[in-house]
Ligand binder design. Sequence first.
Ligand SMILES: NC(=O)c1ccc[n+]([C@@H]2O[C@H](COP(=O)([O-])OP(=O)(O)OC[C@H]3O[C@@H](n4cnc5c(N)ncnc54)[C@H](OP(=O)(O)O)[C@@H]3O)[C@@H](O)[C@H]2O)c1
Length: 244
Amino acid sequence: MIHLAFKHDIAFTGDFQGAADADRRAVETFGEVLAGSGRPLVIASGTLGLTPGRVATERDGRDPGPAPAHLPAGPLTRLATAQMTLALASRGVRSSVVRLPPTVHGDGDNGFMAALVGIARDKGVSGYVGDGSNRWPAVHRLDAAHLFRLALEKAPAGSALHAVADEGVPIRAIAEVIGRHLTLPVASIAPADAAGHFAWLGGFIAVDSPAASTLTRELLSWQPVQPGLIDDLDKGHYFRGPSA
Ligand SMILES: NC(=O)c1ccc[n+]([C@@H]2O[C@H](COP(=O)([O-])OP(=O)(O)OC[C@H]3O[C@@H](n4cnc5c(N)ncnc54)[C@H](OP(=O)(O)O)[C@@H]3O)[C@@H](O)[C@H]2O)c1
């Protein structure tokens, strides 16, 4: 089975911990049901904040250890749920974790990129924090979907996989494309003002969190074929709307 559900409705309105706790209980239940069956369990996780300041690989974040000090409690619970999923390999579950970049992009996306476009419209400025050189990885939703299918079909038990096409796109480059399409100024937002300007994205927008997918590509012969983030933004579908 593939588990993609998450209570984003409560997670992004103040109760991320409650959503992460519910998710953990759900995965524990799946593990109990699938134990000893050899059947696949694929869950979604994230690359964001895995190894700030350096390129994260599939080998990072696999094993429970001292809690990484930079992660808040809710994301820590999600990390622990992913580690628990990988450990189900020793209980006869062909478990795998697909780590998604914050920017899973494409027509119809209502995630991080759509939120950034909405914030730029509301504020009348397309912002980034500091010099905007911090990087986020990215993947097109169709390439990510293909990887989930490959994981379900043939990922070895206990595989951590990275659905990463662009290893690291500077946030400033994203802000510039958004500003160009919305005909808005592009400006640096002071770190102290990030929470006010970017709302729930304020806690993430300044994180430098690139990620690689070399091992995933080798393991499953996965090859992203869709447009990269900047080319996809340039296609214009994010900017259809009242003020576009
Ligand atoms: N960490 C990252 O950077 C990152 C980035 C992208 C995605 N992800 C993860 O990838 C997964 C999929 O993301 P997405 O963008 O596709 O999320 P989404 O659009 O919010 O979809 C989540 C789905 O979960 C369902 N759901 C929520 N609560 C449920 C419940 N109690 N019982 C059954 N279903 C429930 C929702 O159903 P309804 O529509 O009926 O409410 C919705 O269809 C999530 O786990 C997400 O957190 C992580």
